[in-house]
Design a binder for this molecule. Structure first.
Ligand code: ADE
Length: 226
């Protein structure tokens, strides 16, 4: 997978890709992540990328021209499956959307700032919009990092044990079961006996029951998903 992240604050998004799983995925050659500074596509000497809103009102609006120049440049280098604008009013990110995106080859994530982008960007230049939740961030960078993380970890080979992504919460509309490690007893708090019984079938059945029980208790909405 090739991921281009277009932002006017590149520093804000660099660190999640320079550590741990996301760093390893790039080292293994399973994904390339390119962070692009939108200001380098600005046409004036001040490197402006925003301007006042037509009609007045507080807040600056990201201009269409630098964004269009940037996207044209990227599109001349490869064909993109999706050009995604990070926005609080986009399609809500779910595990199933992450699964879908993990099958794509080339993606652009465009991060908004200030009051957002000129509406013509949304109408003409992008193919979808994604929100990470019903709250407003200062910019799209943290949301883009969340999308990138959830998608990249699903690419085969990124996690050392592929089953660990398949057994994540939400993969089958169930919350993951509880996990324990040594010591088996701590301050008198015991690990469930079944987990140290060595009986694999019983362990799997227990984990499934726990998942269903937890989902009923914490996220009953998941069980009524069509
Ligand atoms: N930009 C600002 N808030 C956002 C959100 N909740 N999701 C995606 N992008 C955003």
């Amino acid at each position: 997978m090739h991921l281009d992240i277009v932002t006017c604050l590149p520093k804000l998004i660099e660190s999640p890709f320079s550590d741990s799983i996301l760093k390893r995925a790039q080292k293994k050659g399973l994904v390339t992540v390119n962070i692009i500074d939108l200001r380098s596509y600005s046409t004036d000497k001040h490197k402006s990328i925003d301007d006042y809103a037509f009609g007045g009102g507080a807040g600056m609006v990201m201009m269409i021209e630098p964004i269009d120049r940037c996207l044209e440049d990227l599109k001349s280098q490869r064909k993109y499956d999706d050009i995604i604008y990070m926005s609080p009013d986009g399609q809500k990110l779910t595990q199933s959307l992450a699964n879908e995106l993990s099958l794509k080859q080339n993606l652009i994530l465009l991060c908004g700032h200030y009051k957002g982008v000129d509406e013509r960007v949304r109408e003409h230049l992008i193919t979808r919009e994604i929100s990470i939740g019903d709250y407003v961030l200062s910019g799209g960078e943290l949301a883009a990092a969340v999308v990138a993380d959830t998608v990249i970890r699903l690419i085969p080979g990124v996690l050392s044990d592929e089953t660990s992504a398949l057994s994540d919460s939400f993969q089958d509309d169930l919350i993951a079961p509880p996990v324990y490690t040594r010591p088996a007893t701590y301050k008198g708090w015991e690990v469930p006996a079944v987990l140290i019984s060595g009986h694999q079938a019983k362990i799997e059945a227990w984990r499934h029951d726990q998942s269903v029980e937890r989902t009923q208790k914490r996220r009953p909405d998941l069980l009524s998903n069509p």
